[in-house]
Write a protein that binds this ligand. Structure first.
Ligand SMILES: Nc1ncnc2c1ncn2[C@@H]1O[C@H](COP(=O)(O)OP(=O)(O)O)[C@@H](O)[C@H]1O
Ligand SMILES: [Mg+2]
Length: 246
């Protein structure tokens, strides 16, 4: 009785907006599963296109104009194949802890988001510290953390002229930092304390869920790490994630 009353009051605490948001999240999660299947299906035809165009290109007497066209078909198909492999890699759900090269994980996420950055005219710079030691953690979770932070940065730079800098730094002793800096809209002082709250978003429904940073912070803490933000309204934002070696 007490239990069901508690559950009832918890349910009642969900506002209409939050319900819409939850329904949207659930829909995206379902679509995500379906997309993973679709993307998987794309692999085989893409391989056929790539190898067939290459075979035709090796034939003798193919006119120059046709060769050029084949070259384009082949490079576009390779680009798509690269994207689908990235998506499949990203969506994989094997939670295994292992020795992770943080630089490689950062590079993977940046390569994967290259298209999203280009679409918004954002220049991406990386400054990776190659003295970084490996860390024992779940690389899939680290990818998700980076995806959340970098997508937020890209979304804050929709208006063009965006610059994104991703750095890795080894403290020399016991931790590794990943620093993501953008020159986007910035976060107003009035909301900076709330950005890690569950459901806090300034985006339109369908564009933001307000769960990204909430989940990101929990994930970082599950790795015994810390996440910090500094921002000036209109002057860009910096997120720093610090992960201990042990
Ligand atoms: N790099 C950034 N620049 C400006 N605002 C940001 C940035 N990152 C996060 N924010 C703010 O924090 C809010 C919460 O982010 P998040 O938890 O990822 O939710 P969502 O992206 O779904 O809105 C965003 O709506 C935005 O107002
Ligand atoms: Mg987000």
């Amino acid at each position: 009785m007490k239990d069901s009353a508690a559950r009832h009051s918890k349910d009642a605490a969900i506002t209409a907006d939050q319900l819409r948001q939850l329904a949207y999240n659930e829909k995206m999660a379902e679509l995500g599963k379906i997309s993973a299947g679709v993307v998987h299906e794309l692999n085989a035809p893409l391989s056929v296109i790539i190898s067939a165009t290459q075979m035709i290109m090796r034939e003798e007497g193919v006119p120059e104009a046709v060769l050029e066209m084949l070259e384009r078909i082949s490079s576009e198909a390779q680009r798509l194949s690269y994207l689908t492999k990235g998506l499949l890699n990203f969506s994989s759900h094997d939670d295994t802890i292992g020795e992770v090269d943080v630089n490689l994980t950062v590079a993977f996420v940046l390569d994967f988001l290259n298209f999203e950055a280009a679409r918004r005219g954002v220049t991406v710079l990386r400054q990776l510290d190659y003295t970084l030691p490996v860390i024992r953690l779940d690389a899939n979770l680290l990818k998700q953390i980076l995806l959340n932070i970098i997508m937020n940065a890209l979304q804050a730079m929709e208006n063009g002229g965006g610059k994104l800098l991703v750095e890795t730094i080894f403290s020399g002793t016991d931790d590794v930092s990943i620093i993501v800096t953008d020159n986007g809209s910035g976060i107003p002082a009035a909301s900076i304390d709330r950005i890690f709250d569950r459901y806090f978003t300034t985006k339109k429904p369908g564009e933001g869920t307000g769960l990204g940073l909430f989940v990101t912070k929990k994930l970082v803490e599950s790795m015994a790490g810390k996440i910090k933000v500094t921002s000036r309204n209109g002057g860009g934002t910096t997120f720093t994630i610090t992960l201990p070696l042990q």
